[in-house]
Structure formats: C-alpha cells, structure tokens
Design a protein around this ligand. Structure first.
Ligand SMILES: [Zn+2]
Length: 418
C-alpha cells in the first residue's frame, strides 16, 4: 500500500549531536510492502521530493514506537530504531487510518491474509508521487489503492457506471471531473462541497430517468463559487431547478438533448453565463430575462417554439392596483439589491424560497412582483448570438416576460401592435 502524505523526518542521532533539523514537511510517499522471498519481513519505504531513491525501514524488531493519538486529525508519528528516524506524518485521515491498520497487521503477524506487494514490484517515481490526471475507460483501470488524492482532473468515461463513486468526494484538488457516457442517475448532496471543481461533464447519463432529480448539491457552499462549466446534455431531464442560479461563476451551460419544456426564470440571474445550449428539447417559451443576458452563444435549435406562440395583451397600465406594492416585495427588493446574506437559519424558509425564486425583468433588473407579466413574441433574427440550425424560417420565439415596474413594462411593450 502506498500513502500519499507530507512527512517531516527527524534524525534523532542529530538531536543528540545538537545538530539542527530543518523542521519542514515535504510531499512524500510511504510504501508498505514485504521482501520478495519472505512471508514475514515487512518494510516501509519513504520517498520524498528530496529523497527520490527512498529510505528503507525494516519493521521487524525495528519499530520503536507508533503514535496514533491524533490520527483523526490526519497526523501520526512512526519512530524507528535503525536508522534513528522519526517520521512525522500528515495525511488525509481515512487513508492514514488504512495505512496504520495495515501496519498494525504487519507487526502483529496477522498479515498473512493481506495482499501486500513485494517490495521489488514497488516503484515510486517523481510523477507517481503526485499524479494529477487519471483517465479510466475500462473498469480494470481503477487504481487498486483508490484514487490518488493529488488528482486535479479525472475522466471516467463509458464504463456503464450507475452510481457516483463517493471516493471522488475526497479529491480536494479536483478541478475537472468528466463522467460522460455512463449511467449515473444522481449526484450526492455532498458533491456541493467539492472545493475546487471548475468543470463538470455529465453528458450522456441517466439523470432524471425516474422523474425526480436530487439537486441538493447545487446548494453546496463551495461549488457555487467555483463551477464554470456544467454539461448535462443527453440526459433525461424534464426540468432544471430554480436553484441553478446559485452557480454564480457559471460560464458554460449545456442542456441540449433532454426533455425540457421550460427553463427556470432564475437562469438569467447568472451574471457570468455566456454559452448556453438548449437545442433538442421541447421548450415552447423562454424566460424574458434572457433577452438581457450578455450571451455570446445561444443554441436553441430543435425546440417547439412554434406550437403555441400566442402573445398576451398588456393589462391596463393605468390602474392603481399595479402601483401598490406589498411590503414583502419592497423589503425583498432592498434585500437583494444590497446583496444581504440570507439563509433559512436567519429568516423564515418561505422568505428564503421567495427570494431564491425571484424572476428577472426584460431589462435585467429583478422583477419581484410577478403580477407584471406578459407573454411576448420576439424575432430571433435580431439577436446575432442566437443559433437556429433547423431550416424553419420562422424565428419568432415566445418569451415569458416579467417586469420590474409599470414604467419598465410600458417602455418595453410595443403598443403599436404585434
Ligand atoms: Zn425592468
């Protein structure tokens, strides 16, 4: 077994000579194995960035002490008699515990049943020390000792994987995760805690297969601040949750080839969104807020915009009823405008829900009162970034428009007719 860790090596003989140690942790690998021709001779080899050839420590009658009191914090110390070295180890707690359990089995002689590699077959190179990329296209390619914690990009493609592998959650350095062409139906809520993930590819999976989708991971405090690309194309999605706007760094969103009938209005609240692909769905109308999104690419080919294109007539804008706003609307406006932090443990959950689901006006501002609403037709020929692959010459698309104020509604609505 190999343990990726950080090690500080203290030479006790130097201490006796009053020589100073460097007191620095270095990136290291500890390999536990046995001598090729012996059943009971176990060794630990210590490799580090400064010690690429490795130092070999015999275990039999050579272990002075093993300290595991702080193992839950991912810290431990192994002390050897010859050479007089203390290895102060810092590592991921679960991995360290596995390593220590194995070490204990080796010392107590219960290791016969263990499948330890012979030392001759252990090799650790500088690259092996810290692999950052792993591509798995066949189940046999999964590393026997689990996924290396140093991975920055992981590609698991086309292996008919049904369940999300939870060990991925331990990869704290991961920036790119590609799980395309599998049979995954959902991601666990903890996925939202991935601290560095920029790109997530889930194309051609089974998300939404059974109707309901668990989107709790979208609310994760970490992923909302890091995710820039989300590829959900060719799944079985019937809807996208309102919470999608929580991904406040999202640049690219691919939703093509699903069964979507609508996009959430909140999608226009993602200020960073530039690339949106919704082709091959069943969408009939679009959220009005998108008209003001600074998209650079917007593919809406292969939808059903021409089925029920109807334009609603504007209400009588002179009635006073439109001008009397509810207190909750006024308060919400101030709240959102000033970006005040809110959560269900501070304000009632119904208010959190209300604030989370606020629509976006055609002008780009928030449209808190959903009474100011119109279905309006727009000719997409006027929008250069819009892609229409189908030969249909009719590029009229219906938009569900919410307005931030009566004045805005008056301005945006053409009274000269359709
Ligand atoms: Zn407006």
């Amino acid at each position: 077994m190999k343990l990726q860790c950080q090690v500080e090596l203290i030479n006790r003989s130097h201490l006796n000579l009053n020589l100073r140690n460097s007191h620095k942790y270095v990136q290291a690998t500890l390999a536990l194995g046995k001598e090729p021709k012996s059943e009971n001779d176990f060794f630990i080899i210590y490799f580090s960035t400064t010690n690429k050839r490795g130092t070999k420590y015999r275990l039999k009658c050579n272990l002075k002490q093993v300290f595991t009191r702080c193992i839950n914090e991912g810290k431990s110390t192994i002390s050897f008699e010859d050479p007089q070295h203390d290895l102060y180890i810092r590592s991921e707690a679960i991995q360290l515990k596995c390593f220590m359990r194995l070490l204990k089995s080796c010392i107590s002689g219960n290791a016969n049943a263990l499948q330890l590699s012979a030392l001759s077959s252990l090799s650790v190179t500088a690259i092996d020390n810290a692999p950052t990329k792993l591509v798995i296209e066949d189940r046999s390619q999964f590393p026997k000792n689990g996924l290396p914690r140093t991975l920055k990009s992981l590609y698991i493609n086309g292996i008919k994987m049904c369940n999300f592998r939870r060990e991925v959650l331990l990869l704290k350095h991961l920036t790119v995760l590609d799980l395309s062409n599998n049979e995954i139906e959902k991601l666990p809520a903890e996925f939202g805690r991935m601290p560095n993930l920029n790109e997530l590819y889930l194309a051609n999976n089974e998300i939404g297969k059974n109707g309901t989708v668990d989107w709790k991971w979208l609310l994760g405090p970490e992923i909302t601040k890091t995710l820039k690309l989300l590829d959900l194309s060719s799944n079985k999605l019937k809807s996208i949750p309102n919470a999608i706007w929580k991904l406040q760094k999202l640049f690219t969103l691919k939703l093509d080839d699903n069964q979507l009938e609508k996009l959430p209005h909140t999608i226009s609240r993602i200020k960073t969104l530039r690339y949106l692909k919704i082709s091959k769905n069943k969408i009939e109308t679009l959220p009005g807020g998108l008209l003001n999104c600074p998209l650079e690419y917007f593919d809406l080919s292969g939808n059903q915009f021409h089925c029920n294109t109807r334009q609603t007539t504007p209400p009588d804008l002179n009635t006073w009823s439109f001008n009397a706003q509810k207190l909750v609307h006024l308060a919400s406006e101030v709240f959102l405008k000033n970006k005040v932090y809110y959560a269900a443990n501070i304000i009632p959950y119904t208010l959190v829900e209300f604030l989370d689901n606020v629509n976006v006006c055609v002008c780009g501002k928030l449209a808190i009162d959903d009474k100011l609403y119109l279905n309006k037709l727009y000719n997409m020929d006027d929008y250069k970034v819009v892609i229409f692959d189908d030969n249909n010459t009719n590029k009229i698309v219906g938009f569900d428009c919410y307005y931030c104020s009566v004045a805005c509604m008056r301005r945006k609505y053409s009274f000269r007719g359709k």
